[in-house]
Design a binder for this molecule. Structure first.
Ligand SMILES: [Zn+2]
Length: 292
């Protein structure tokens, strides 16, 4: 299948120069020797956008090469080499060529390992998928391998498929927390970053209240909140405990009843703000998570 697709491409131009060739016959002779793609990587498709009439630019996260972008020739035509593999967060084996001099790789085809079609009927799972794809696209630098991030995505996708109803909310919080953690941006959640006092002092009768705001990294205590002023929101002790559990427990083994949109909403907003301040832009999908 891949060889046939390549065949078509070679008939239309010289692969090395990318320019149309004057002598089609010579190029087509080379079709008899199917090429082996330079690389095949396990990948999760993040997004696609149209290029010219029939092609797509595809952004995808590979397990071994990090986030890449490539051109999928004729992907918008029927009977293309990609099938359903280019849907958002499809888990595929992607075959592609990488050239050092070009930012875009050339995609040859892909083999679907797992699609997310099973989640199509769940509205919030769909929003969660859009959010995962956008955060990954925005947070990760190009072409830097990050296998832990890849495994994080696989874990939350597996969880979404197997969790009974409303799995989206726990998956979004878990993904956000670990995405921030793996990027090295997670602030200390048990200490006031202004005065250094413990927020969860085991000697105290009750945990301190903790607050966050867009213009400041991390959490501050109630006392510092009064002296520093500004607008801020509370991150409850319960949500801080959930975050602590998420940092030591796989998503599928987390305790407690099913979540809904209100569960640990303060933690979700805190993490979204951490992500937005580091990527220096607002996420398009974040407000969707807060819609009724
Ligand atoms: Zn303080």
């Amino acid at each position: 299948m891949v060889a046939i697709e390549l065949a078509g491409e070679l008939c239309h131009g010289d692969r090395k120069s990318g320019r149309p060739t004057g002598n089609r016959q010579i190029n087509c002779v080379t079709l008899k020797f199917p090429r082996v793609p330079a690389r095949v990587s396990e990948a999760l498709v993040l997004r696609t956008y149209p290029l010219q009439e029939a092609d797509l630019v595809v952004s995808f996260l590979t397990r071994d090469q990090g986030k890449l972008r490539g051109v999928a020739k004729r992907a918008r035509r029927p009977k293309n080499a990609f099938g359903a593999g280019l849907e958002r967060l499809s888990y595929v084996r992607m075959a592609y060529f990488q050239r050092e001099t070009r930012e875009l790789v050339s995609l040859d085809g892909c083999e679907l390992i797992r699609s997310q079609f099973g989640l199509a009927s769940d509205y919030w799972a769909g929003v969660a998928l859009d959010y995962f794809a956008e955060v990954t696209e925005q947070m990760l630098p190009a072409a830097e391998p990050n296998e832990k991030f890849f495994r994080l995505l696989l874990a939350v996708l597996d969880y979404l498929r197997t969790a009974a109803g409303n799995g989206a909310w726990r998956a979004v919080a878990y993904f956000s927390l670990w995405a921030v953690r793996l990027s090295g941006w997670l602030p200390e959640l048990h200490v006031c970053l202004s005065c250094g006092s413990l927020l969860d002092d085991p000697e105290a009768d009750a945990p301190e209240r903790a607050f966050f705001s867009r213009d400041r990294a991390g959490l501050i205590c109630g006392h510092c909140r009064k002296t520093l002023g500004g607008s801020n929101r509370e991150l409850s002790a319960g949500s801080r405990a959930i975050a602590a559990e998420m940092l030591r427990t796989p998503v599928a083994q987390l305790s407690g009843p099913a979540w809904n949109q209100a569960t640990a909403a303060d933690l979700r907003r805190f993490l979204v703000e951490q992500i937005e301040s580091h990527v220096e832009r607002r996420l398009i999908t974040a407000p969707l998570l807060e819609n009724p």
